[in-house]
Ligand binder design. Structure first.
Ligand code: NDP
Ligand code: X2W
Length: 336
């Protein structure tokens, strides 16, 4: 049995992780971490989990965590997360980091987009990006995995095979993404307060969102060419889910049939990615670790529609998929 610690267990990704691990036959949750000193019982923080785990959230030192657990999931804000990861790795633990801290390739890019110095810059560029469908061999056996951002997952899974197959141009890619409000986490911030976002729809981070360099880097790595996308996120008044509509310029012999064939071939045998015949809805993948992708060519553009659940394939489900790979379990254990 692998002993598991969860940092940031009081948040939304922590909750989803606990729901998944409750059904994992090889994992036992042994430590839940919080900054609070009162040690609340998990059922007070997440009433949905009453009866599922008899655990308290505790403010423990890294030494105490390393005594109790073999693997940690860090469901923490960026910067706070890298500090914890570095401490745990130096104590020989394995870590799946759900924050953005290890997804970019170098300290200067991180500083530019995150506006602070990286606390553990030496590991940038050498940490595997936790999208098994593209980087499985690097993830297996890793000590630290950078779990992908939610928007990047939806966009990269749709675009990478087409860039690799030479069916879309690397320039001029437009990614128009919409997310449910849980993407912003459980801690209230004004734009995500119910009266601000309910019955409303808004773009944010226009031209500045930190997922843009993440998508650029991963698509460039996956297709061996320099890719720069235009990415705009939108907040939509639903609890969960991401839908990305993507437009790209066709290249070579791109036709509706050839783009679908390239995607189907790329994901043949992949448990969690399906190429679908009609444009998918976020509810088709809600509460699952799945990504559904629709592809066609219309009016001189390759058009893709990709959906995921931001909290599962966009965060905690992918984290369990990565946990399974680094621990040598079947990749789909505890996931649907
Ligand atoms: N929500 C989503 O859809 C996705 C989130 N992510 C990333 O996963 C990580 C966790 O996200 P999520 O669970 O949504 O976040 P939440 O805000 O819901 O929870 C984060 C938890 O981290 C703890 N924490 C520790 N240090 C800090 C700090 N310095 N500032 C604020 N909170 C702190 C808090 O717990 P306590 O108060 O008990 O200490 C808090 O409950 C983030 O990096 C996020 O960007 C990635 C993909 C998708
Ligand atoms: C709706 C919403 O606010 N979504 C979040 C994305 C969540 C995520 O994936 O964030 P990290 O890259 O920090 O892990 C945002 O735009 O910041």
């Amino acid at each position: 049995m692998t002993r598991v610690a969860i940092y940031g267990a009081s948040g939304y990704t922590g909750l989803e992780l606990l729901k998944l691990l409750a059904r994992h036959p090889e994992a036992r949750v042994t430590a839940l971490l919080t900054r609070q000193d009162e040690a609340p019982h998990l059922s007070e923080i997440h009433p949905q989990l009453t009866g599922a785990f008899d655990l308290r959230l505790e403010n423990l030192s890294a030494d105490e965590v390393a005594e109790r657990a073999d693997v940690a999931f860090t469901c923490l804000p960026h910067a706070a997360s890298a500090e914890v990861c570095a401490d745990l790795l130096s104590r020989d633990m394995k870590v799946v980091d759900l924050s953005a801290d290890y997804r970019l390739g170098d300290a200067a890019t991180y500083q530019k987009w995150y506006a602070h110095e990286h606390p553990d810059a030496g590991r940038l560029g050498e940490t595997p990006y936790g999208l098994p469908e593209l980087f499985r061999t690097q993830i297996i056996g890793a000590k630290l995995v950078a779990n992908p951002g939610c928007y990047p997952t939806s966009a990269i899974l749709a675009l990478a095979p087409l860039l690799r197959a030479g069916l879309v141009e690397r320039d001029g890619i437009v990614i128009d993404s919409k997310s449910g409000v849980s993407g912003a986490g459980r801690t209230p911030k004004l734009p995500f307060h119910y009266p601000e976002c309910n019955e409303s729809f808004s773009a944010y981070g226009v031209g500045t969102h930190r997922h843009m360099p993440e998508i650029d880097r991963v698509l460039s790595m996956a297709s061996d060419q320099s890719v720069e996308v235009l990415f705009t996120p939108h907040l939509t008044p639903m609890d969960r889910g991401i839908l990305s509509t993507i437009y790209a310029t066709p290249k070579g012999d791109a036709t509706p049939e050839s783009v679908v064939t390239a995607l189907k071939e790329a994901y043949a045998g992949e448990r969690f990615v399906s190429i679908v015949d009609t444009p998918p809805a976020t509810k088709h993948v809600a509460h699952t670790n799945r990504c559904h992708i629709y592809a066609t060519v219309v009016r001189g553009k390759v058009l893709l529609v990709s959906v995921i659940d931001n909290l599962i394939k966009g965060a905690s489900g992918a984290a369990v998929q990565n946990f399974n790979l680094i621990c040598g379990f079947d990749e789909s254990t505890a996931l649907i």
